[in-house]
Design a protein around this ligand. Structure first.
Ligand code: ZN
Length: 288
């Protein structure tokens, strides 16, 4: 939903910081030698991310099995790099964890800023892609809801991949693909849905919809809109009480266009939907 700049922190920097936290010297050395080809691993990730084929990267099966994955390191060693040596406050790598978290300016990029950034999400889950457990380009700042909603799920096909804020095409972030309609009622409800432009490819359409569904954006946006709508109705019954439906529609349309928010932000989409809705614009709301 929101584009993020590619992290400036290199894989080598993240690995070395995590390794520094390993007290046992032999184990530390084992990690250094196992990751000698870190540059190749990072390149493979970036190439696949740019090509939209991260789903096709080789993965480790889910479950309790703990196979050797890289140079004598087991899956559990690699996932521990993150949980034991990257996240804990007393470890040297924690400053990198914090540095990655602040790049989203506090707004979760996965739900378009509904939630505040509280954690990092592994785009490719570490349980299945443990080689990338501390790759900064695989770590996306996000809110707790989005992190919980996704858990360890990942796409098996290209068209089911959620959007990657660091890598995916600009059009997902600069073209409008979220839309909404007004459900008429004593208290109107705004219903949101994914509606990508007709000139998008089938995979682009499917990915936008997969993202919208994976993070439960219809429900999240609708709740936000419900809390926000009374303010607009209040404007209608006070400062704009004498306005024609057309003038009120223009006011709403202008709000949708001028808010300093990303194009698919629920608030901009909501105002566009309200502006288009003949019923809403012609209401005086004096009885509400
Ligand atoms: Zn979120």
């Amino acid at each position: 939903m929101n584009r993020l700049p590619l992290p400036m922190i290199e894989f080598r920097t993240a690995l070395e910081a995590a390794f520094q936290g390993i007290a046992d010297e032999n184990r530390r050395d084992l990690h250094f030698s196992a990751f000698a080809d870190f540059a190749q691993l990072e390149k493979a990730y970036c190439d696949n991310a740019v090509a939209g084929s991260l789903h096709a990267m080789s993965r480790v099966a889910s479950g309790p099995a703990d196979p050797v994955v890289l140079g004598g390191l087991h899956k559990s060693d690699l996932t521990a790099l993150y949980s034991k040596y990257f996240v804990p406050a007393e470890k040297p790598a924690r400053r990198l964890y914090e540095a990655l978290k602040v790049t989203a300016n506090g707004k979760c990029p996965l739900c378009g800023g509904v939630g505040h950034v509280r954690t990092l999400d592994h785009y490719l889950p570490k349980a299945n892609f443990p080689l990338y457990s501390v790759l900064p380009k695989n770590l996306v700042p996000c809110c707790r809801d989005c992190n919980t909603e996704k858990l360890n799920s990942f796409a098996l096909t290209a068209d089911k991949q959620t959007l990657h804020p660091y890598f995916d095409a600009d059009r997902y972030f600069t073209e409008r693909w979220v839309d909404a309609i007004v459900i008429v009622g004593k208290i109107p409800v705004i219903e949101f849905f994914a509606a990508p432009p007709s000139n998008w490819s089938d995979i682009e359409v499917s990915r936008a919809k997969a993202h919208f569904d994976a993070y439960g954006l219809a429900a999240k946006f609708s709740v936000e809109a419900a809390a926000d709508l009374p303010e607009t109705i209040q404007t209608r019954v006070t400062t704009m009480a004498a306005s024609t439906p057309e003038a009120f529609s223009s006011y709403l349309s202008e709000k949708s266009e001028t808010l300093a928010l990303p194009v698919n932000h629920w608030r901009r989409v909501m105002f566009a939907a309200l502006a288009r809705d003949v019923w809403f614009c012609s209401q005086t709301f004096l009885q509400t």
